[in-house]
Design a protein around this ligand. Structure first.
Ligand SMILES: *Cc1c(COP(=O)(O)O)cnc(C)c1O
Length: 474
């Protein structure tokens, strides 16, 4: 019989003694079914972790209520602990933020052709590094080089893990121990961990800053060129704009100066546009940069290109060859799934009108406003039909390109605005993050906005069912 004191909570030795053993717990029905679902090893590990934490609590002097030590209480805790590890944490979700290339949400959604291509090489052997013509070893670079040069007019091309890797490899290949001249207005940070001065340091290139934050002139570059200069680097200031009293030197000007001194000109374009809807007209294109004389141009595969994460390097034959044969190229190389997805995405660009329809990033950026408004209206009507207290309204709003491209551009869009009283917008947003699939919107002035520009075909019904789940959560 438990004394009143023990009922209130055990402490010290008594509590430690009444902790069940792992073996004891494994005999309970709850953990037997957990072992069937998650595997014995994981359940044992979880049981040890849960008991270990309780033991620590007791040792540190916390009073642990007796019922918390009972197997019936511990079973579900151990099950939950196992489930967190067992189920993949990376999962699909519905992007209703209106940010098309959302870096936190996985950037670009692949075209159906690219998804098929990934599945095909993932599930079989492939000629990744095998020449079917010669019956001998081939190069993984060969699969992708010709289509990239055909689309951009470059002499040569190379694909690495991402654009940050492309910049790093170029600096390592051309500028290790030497100087790289960059305008002060272009010393950017992308997403917290890609900062030009730090990438330079990592590749042991020396950064030489020229000009001022708002104005850099050709003469500034000219004065900075010395015996250890290797490269003039131009960086697209993707995620911010300097406006007003500004000046920068166009690539053509940099190229003329660099080539006079036998230096390399590199243009880090960030997004890199091959073709796209009119909203992208302001972005510099890869072909323009090459035509202006850049020796090396780098850009991302998963920003405005709408493909998989990759860093694409295009340029003159000599410099690209030098990068390909640098020892670091092996460490930064892409796998067969990336190559398959990229190749399929690039094939679509051979017919730009197909690319506009099939590549989700381009389709979303170019979608007519009336279609977006219809989708928002359909969503609002379906949500209103749930018959709860949700007040929904269709409103005009501004969506964003994202991915650090065109930071000032507001895309006309439509949202379904939800006033979820008695819940707050934050509470509803929190519940929608826990539905299956999760739905992520944006909160504005006490309302939850679901932006129809980034809601994919078929997702309206999923949002409605997620909303049902969210409203029934306690
Ligand atoms: C996005 C960006 C990068 C980094 O590209 P990742 O593909 O994300 O590695 C580098 N430079 C510029 C100018 C960018 O916009």
């Amino acid at each position: 019989m438990a004394s009143p004191k023990e009922k209130a909570g055990k402490s010290g030795q008594a509590a430690l003694r009444s902790l069940p053993s792992v073996e004891e717990l494994l005999e309970t029905e709850a953990l037997k079914s957990a072992m069937t679902a998650y595997g014995r090893g994981l359940v044992v590990l979880s049981a040890r972790a849960v008991i270990g934490r309780l033991r620590q609590d007791i040792i540190s002097g916390k009073t642990v209520p007796e019922e918390m030590l009972a197997p019936e209480h511990l079973g579900p805790l151990i099950q939950d602990e196992s489930a967190v590890i067992y189920y993949p944490s990376l999962k699909r979700l519905v992007n209703a933020t209106g940010v098309v290339v959302h870096t936190n949400l996985g950037r670009s959604v692949l075209a159906p052709e690219a998804i098929e291509a990934v599945a095909a090489v993932a599930g079989s052997y492939s000629n990744l590094e095998y020449s079917l013509e010669k019956g001998a070893r081939g190069s993984r670079h060969d699969h992708i080089e010709r289509i990239i040069t055909a689309l951009t007019g470059a002499e040569a091309a190379l694909v690495v893990n991402n654009n940050a890797a492309a910049v790093l490899l170029a600096l390592a290949a051309f500028a290790a121990g030497r100087e790289v001249v960059v305008s002060r207005g272009e010393l950017i940070e992308i997403g917290g961990s890609f900062r030009i001065p730090e990438i330079m340091a990592a590749s042991s290139a020396r950064l030489v800053e020229v000009g001022t934050t708002n104005k850099t002139k050709l003469a500034d570059y000219q004065k900075a060129i010395g015996t250890s200069t290797s490269m003039l680097l131009h960086i697209h200031t993707s995620n911010f704009k300097i406006v007003g009293f500004t000046a920068e030197v166009p690539i053509a000007g940099l190229s003329a100066l660099a080539h006079e001194h036998g230096l390399i000109v590199m243009d880090d374009l960030g997004s890199g546009v091959l073709a796209g809807p009119p909203v992208l007209a302001g972005e510099p294109s890869v072909a323009d940069s090459l035509a202006a004389g850049a020796d090396i141009v780098t850009f991302s595969g998963d920003k405005l290109l709408g493909g998989p994460q990759a860093g694409i390097v295009v340029g003159k034959a000599g410099p690209v060859k030098k990068m390909k044969s640098h020892p670091m190229a092996r460490a930064l190389r892409v796998d067969k799934m990336t190559l398959a997805a990229l190749q399929a995405t690039l094939s679509l660009y051979l017919k730009p009108e197909e690319a506009m329809k099939r590549i989700p990033t381009l389709r979303m950026l170019g979608e007519p406003e009336a279609d977006i408004e219809n989708r928002a209206a359909e969503l609002a009507a379906c949500l209103a039909a749930l018959g709860s207290d949700l007040a929904t309204q269709v409103e005009k709003a501004a969506a964003k390109v994202g991915g650090g491209a065109l930071p000032l551009l507001e895309l006309d869009s439509y949202v379904c605005a939800i006033s979820p009283a008695p819940l707050t917008a934050e509470q509803l947003a929190g519940r929608l993050r826990r539905t299956d699939p999760p739905v992520v919107g944006r909160i504005h002035k006490g309302r939850l906005l679901l932006d129809a520009r980034t809601i994919l075909p078929g997702e309206t019904e999923e949002i409605v069912s997620a909303m049902k789940q969210a409203l029934s959560q306690k």
